[in-house]
Design a protein around this ligand. Sequence first.
Ligand code: SF4
Length: 333
Amino acid sequence: MQSQAPTVYIITYGCKVNYSESEAVQSQLRAMNIACEMVSDGAISKLPPAQVFVVNSCAVTSMAEKKSRYGVSKIKRYHPDAKIVTMGCAFGRKTPEMVALEVAGVKEPENGVIVNHGREKAFIKVQDGCRNFCTYCIIPYIRNRIECRPVDEVVAEIRAQGPHVTSVVLCGINLCYYPNFSELCRAVDACGVAWEISSLEPPMITKELIGVLQQCQHFVPHFHICLQSGCDEVLRAMNRHYTTAEYAQIIQMLRDAFSTATFGTDLIVGFPTETDAAFQTTLAFLQKIKLDKIHLFPFSPRVGTEAAKLPPIQNSIVTERMKILSQIAKIGE
Ligand code: SF4
């Protein structure tokens, strides 16, 4: 039996992979009969005392890293007696199992299946790691071991979710590395629950994959396809492996295949080689392809990456470009 006041609070920053890993920690802890709860960082000052806080951090931008570190100092301020266990990209890679054992001691969890205990939407991590080395991104330096979970393991995890889970989201750091993604999609669909894909890199969206998704009865056609820039020269400097023409073609193919499809993307504003002309090209491209939601990120140099060695664009210019783009973007949370 679990006591009512949780012993452990888990705070998560960043992407859906992090949320999936936090759920994995929660699942492991509950399997050890340790009461725990997912909370937001906004709740830190109001929470009743707990023995342990787990902070699952993000380092995708320097702002994200600052936020994760600020969360840790806030916990220290409001809960000076609590133990803090960190994980995620800002604090070094640890598996959910390692974190659970660090929280709980050395007792092994009773099962390896990750069960979402609260939300209606469960994030199912199917892949980890990236070696693409986009020039602005720190992830390949932190999570460069590629791991893909076997199809039957993913299916078992989906089937183990409680009746409160009405949809699942497949997530990974870079799903391009999944060896047979079509097979995974078919198997997930056969579970009979609504499902979607968290984020896709353009090169993996082929006619074959679109055909498979069309046959999936439970697939929700919301596509988050990372663009990052609407200018080919900037994409090259970012080491992204597609052109804007290819991107536009992918969107068109998906619109033709799914009449109810919605589209989201990530876009970096003020990359060091983004000249005024390059910015205007991006603006025109976005106006042309009309995506439903654009998550805008001002470029922030990550020490150790190639882009951090380039002379930055003035802050005031980046701010102005953010302002212009936000008028055509429904900025994501
Ligand atoms: S594809 Fe690029 S942006 Fe995405 S995780 Fe890999 S290096 Fe980073």
